[in-house]
Design a protein around this ligand. Structure first.
Ligand SMILES: Nc1nc2c(c(=O)[nH]1)N[C@H]1C(S)=C(S)[C@@H](COP(=O)(O)O)O[C@H]1N2
Ligand SMILES: [Mo]
Length: 240
C-alpha cells in the first residue's frame, strides 16, 4: 500500500503546476502550504470507541425527498428512491474515465474487497465536529482494480443529489480515504450517505460526498466542473 501511495503521489505532483494555473488564488495558497509541500502521507488522528460522539446529518439527508432537499436531482432522486426500496440490492457504483476497465460494483462486491475501519473526526466548514467509526474499502483498492491510466490526475465523485466534488491522487491514494459502507458498526444510514459515501479524512466535511453513484477518473482538472460547494464559494482544496 505504502509503495502504491508513493507512486501515485509522484504522479499527482507532476500534474500540479498545470492545475495550479487553473485554481483560484485562495486555493493555490492552501494547496501549496498544506498539501504539495508535505509530500508525505500524514495520517489523520484516529480515536477510541469511547470517543464516538453524536453526529448530525447535514446537507442532504434523503436524496429521494424532493420536497425537503435543496440539492434534489430530478434524474437521480427517483432512481435513489427505487434503489433504497430494495435495500440497495440493485445499486452499483460505476467507476469510469481514465481507467483500464470500467467497473460496476455492488455492495457485495465492495464487501468482498479488503476493508479498513477508522474512528475519525469529521470537521464541517460550519464549525462543528463529530467523531464516528467508519468502515469501508480504501479508494486505492478500487482504483487498482479499475487500473488507473498513467495520465490520471483527479477523481470526481457524483452522488444521487446535486452535490459533487473531486480530489487529487494524493488524497485518493491516502490510506484513510475510504468508500465507507458502515458507520458506528452498522450499515451506513440514509441520512449519512447510504449506501456508500466517501471519507476523505484529510479535508473538510463537504468533501466527504455522500450517496455515491459514480466515480470518474480524469486526466485534467476541470475548472468548470459545477459543484454545489464551488457555487457556495468554498475552496476546492479544503485540507485540515
Ligand atoms: N451528496 C452529498 N454529500 C454531502 C453533503 C450533501 O449535502 N450531499 N453535505 C456535505 C457536508 S457540508 C458535510 S459537513 C457532510 C456531512 O455528513 P453527515 O451528514 O454524515 O454529517 O457531508 C457532505 N457530503
Ligand atoms: Mo459541512
Amino acid at each position: 500500500m505504502a509503495g502504491v501511495g508513493f507512486a501515485a503521489g509522484a504522479v499527482a505532483l507532476g500534474g500540479l503546476s498545470r492545475c495550479r494555473e487553473l485554481l483560484r488564488v485562495g486555493d493555490n495558497l492552501t494547496y501549496s502550504a498544506l498539501h504539495s509541500l508535505s509530500g508525505t502521507m500524514k495520517l489523520a488522528r484516529e480515536y477510541d470507541r469511547r470517543d464516538i460522539s453524536p453526529i448530525v446529518a447535514i446537507g442532504t439527508t434523503d436524496p429521494a425527498n424532493f420536497a425537503r432537499v435543496v440539492a434534489y436531482d430530478e434524474t437521480n432522486g427517483p432512481i435513489y428512491d427505487r434503489l433504497r426500496r430494495n435495500d440497495f440490492v440493485n445499486w452499483r457504483l460505476r467507476i469510469e474515465g481514465a481507467v483500464e476497465r470500467s467497473l460496476d460494483l455492488s455492495l457485495d462486491d465492495l464487501a468482498r474487497l479488503p476493508a479498513r475501519t477508522q474512528i475519525t473526526k469529521h470537521t464541517c466548514e460550519e464549525g462543528w465536529t463529530a467523531i464516528a467509526e467508519w468502515r469501508g474499502v480504501p479508494l486505492a483498492n478500487v482504483l487498482e482494480l479499475a487500473g488507473i491510466k498513467p495520465g490520471a490526475r483527479y477523481i470526481h465523485f457524483y452522488p444521487f443529489d446535486l452535490w459533487a466534488d473531486s480530489i487529487d491522487m494524493l488524497d485518493a491514494f491516502h490510506p484513510q480515504t475510504i468508500l465507507a459502507y458502515m458507520m458506528n458498526g452498522e450499515r451506513l444510514p440514509i441520512r449519512h450517505g447510504a449506501p456508500v459515501r466517501l471519507r476523505v479524512e484529510t479535508q473538510l466535511g463537504y468533501k466527504n460526498v455522500k450517496f455515491l453513484r459514480r466515480i470518474v477518473v480524469t486526466e485534467s482538472f476541470d475548472p468548470h466542473f459545477e459543484t454545489l460547494p464551488a457555487k457556495n464559494g468554498w475552496a476546492w482544496y479544503a485540507g485540515i
